[in-house]
Design a protein around this ligand. Sequence first.
Ligand SMILES: [Zn+2]
Length: 76
Amino acid sequence: MLCHDVKRVVYFFLDGTLDERRNDDFKHHIDACADCEARIIVHRRIRVFLRKRLTPLPAPDHLKQRLVRTLRAVAE
Ligand SMILES: [Zn+2]
């Protein structure tokens, strides 16, 4: 996995939705790449900040399904 691959799938990694092979590739890359490791740390902090500050609202099922399809197509 290369840096640009990490950027494309970072949200899947943080959500725990990467398949096992991609998840392992992702971890190997960020263990060896300081830039991507730093990027992941920033993304994690942003997620924690947003979870603390925002009240979650449920998204309609059709929107969730469309988002998942779109994000998966972008990641492939
Ligand atoms: Zn990298």
